[in-house]
Design a protein around this ligand. Structure first.
Ligand SMILES: Cc1cc2nc3c(=O)[nH]c(=O)nc-3n(C[C@H](O)[C@H](O)[C@H](O)COP(=O)(O)OP(=O)(O)OC[C@H]3O[C@@H](n4cnc5c(N)ncnc54)[C@H](O)[C@@H]3O)c2cc1C
Length: 394
């Protein structure tokens, strides 16, 4: 077992770190205050290949493994977790399903543009009455000749007003319940598509999150992703991969908080000593470091499982997967760990940690959503426990 990164993975880490430190860090405070989407910086991350990392080269992507992807997300989130949301949603829950279930025409039209960073992607599952209970969505899709007509409301759509393609889940057969959900590739310019409001969030301010209303939205039948009734499976599979990104985002955020807290602990003096001299502070730092390492290992393990499965099915063809419980464990532990680490980073900063002038205040707010989106901690525990208790397992 080799725990070291390859030379390619180290190059990705160093390149993304350099960009985030020299270009992104300078603007975050201002962008965060103004809830501004980092257009120019995202374009550069796209040019670096960060938007389509795991898309095969034949479709214009970087064709990297999942550990490289996790390393990239970690480095983005180490400086700004909300920029990592934009990149993570595009790479996994948007590009992933198109790669796995898209027709060649759909891949040509959307996947290659996602891969080159020309467009950003969005994933529209959640509705006002259905989040964890995704099978309970009420959006409807009715076939009308060579189109489907979509009606419904989607909320909490990340990348909501800036995306070139939205994967929208709607029921083609409501009587079939969760088996009646179908996925569609929708463009913001389609008639009947409207961004109706921006969610006002606690954190993640560089990442726009919106409500979308579909009123008789006409979607060409050729934009159906997969078969009718396959939608929920497509969504849940995408989330299994997406959770590796959220775990990596959690590790990166926590790493950034730890580094900031360590620097501060060495500078800040009380009673004639740097606070880093006190065992109370040292133990917090030691626990933070240990938990980050544990979460990183779980994240890389889930990434490795995904890579093993991809090597067996390089085309991304659908089939049984063991990834779910691995990515659930990584997401559960890493997201809860990031909240504990951000809490301690604020504590080490004292009142400065409660100030908008400190980075750790932002890390603390940004961390809170990690245990909620792409499946709450409770849903991750459900996945893990079901796998553990499944008949036939010791
Ligand atoms: C910033 C942000 C960005 C988001 N981006 C997207 C996006 O891009 N696309 C998208 O589709 N969605 C997105 N979401 C939505 C997110 O995925 C959902 O909020 C999440 O899945 C939880 O759904 P809910 O909010 O409806 O909570 P609910 O499902 O109503 O759950 C409420 C509480 O009950 C618990 N609970 C529910 N069922 C059970 C159960 N069976 N057992 C035990 N506990 C249970 C939950 O864990 C939670 O604590 C985003 C959310 C946020 C905050």
């Amino acid at each position: 077992m080799d725990f070291s990164l390859t030379s390619d993975q180290l190059l990705i880490r160093d390149t993304v770190r350099q960009f985030m430190e020299t270009e992104m860090r300078l603007v975050i405070r201002e962008y965060e205050r103004e809830h501004k989407y980092p257009t120019a910086e995202l374009r550069k991350l796209g040019e670096l290949g960060c938007c389509g990392m795991m898309i095969p080269e034949e479709w214009g992507g970087a064709g990297t493994d999942t550990i490289s992807y996790a390393v990239m997300i970690e480095e983005v989130a180490r400086v700004d977790a909300s920029t990592a949301v934009v990149v993570s949603v595009t790479n996994t829950v948007s590009a992933g399903p198109v790669l796995k279930h898209g027709t060649d025409a759909q891949k040509k039209k959307y996947l290659s543009r996602l891969a080159r960073g020309e467009i950003i992607g969005a994933f529209c599952l959640t509705e006002p009455q259905a989040g964890s209970d995704a099978g309970g969505i009420q959006a409807r899709a009715v076939r009308d000749g060579d189109h489907y007509v979509l009606n419904g409301t989607k909320i909490w759509v990340s990348n909501g007003d800036i995306s070139g393609v939205y994967i929208v889940f709607a029921k083609t057969d409501p009587a079939a319940g969760a088996r009646g959900v179908t996925a569609f590739l929708v463009e913001g310019s389609f008639p009947g598509f409207r961004v109706s409001r921006f969610e006002e969030k606690m954190g993640m301010h560089l990442s726009p999150t919106v409500e979308i209303v579909l009123s008789d939205c006409r979607v060409p039948a050729e934009n159906r992703l997969g078969e009718e009734g396959q939608g929920l499976r497509i969504a849940l599979e995408a989330l299994d991969g997406g959770r590796i990104g959220i775990a990596a985002q959690s590790v990166g955020l926590a790493q950034g908080a730890l580094e900031t807290a360590t620097r501060y602990a060495k500078q800040r003096r009380t009673f004639g000593h740097p606070i880093a001299d006190y065992q109370a502070i040292q133990w917090m730092l030691a626990d933070m470091q240990t938990e980050i390492d544990a979460a990183r290992m779980l994240t890389y393990q889930a990434a490795e499982v995904r890579d093993l499965e991809t090597r067996k099915k390089p085309s991304g063809a659908p089939g049984p997967s063991r990834l779910g419980p691995y990515s659930a464990r990584a997401k559960l532990y890493a997201s809860e760990m990031a909240n504990r680490v951000a809490y301690k980073a604020v504590q080490i900063h004292g009142s400065l940690g409660y100030s908008r002038e400190s980075d750790v205040e932002r890390y603390y707010r940004d961390a809170r959503v990690l245990t909620i989106y792409e499946g709450t901690s409770e849903m991750q525990r459900l996945v893990i426990a079901r796998d553990l208790l499944r008949a036939g397992r010791a």
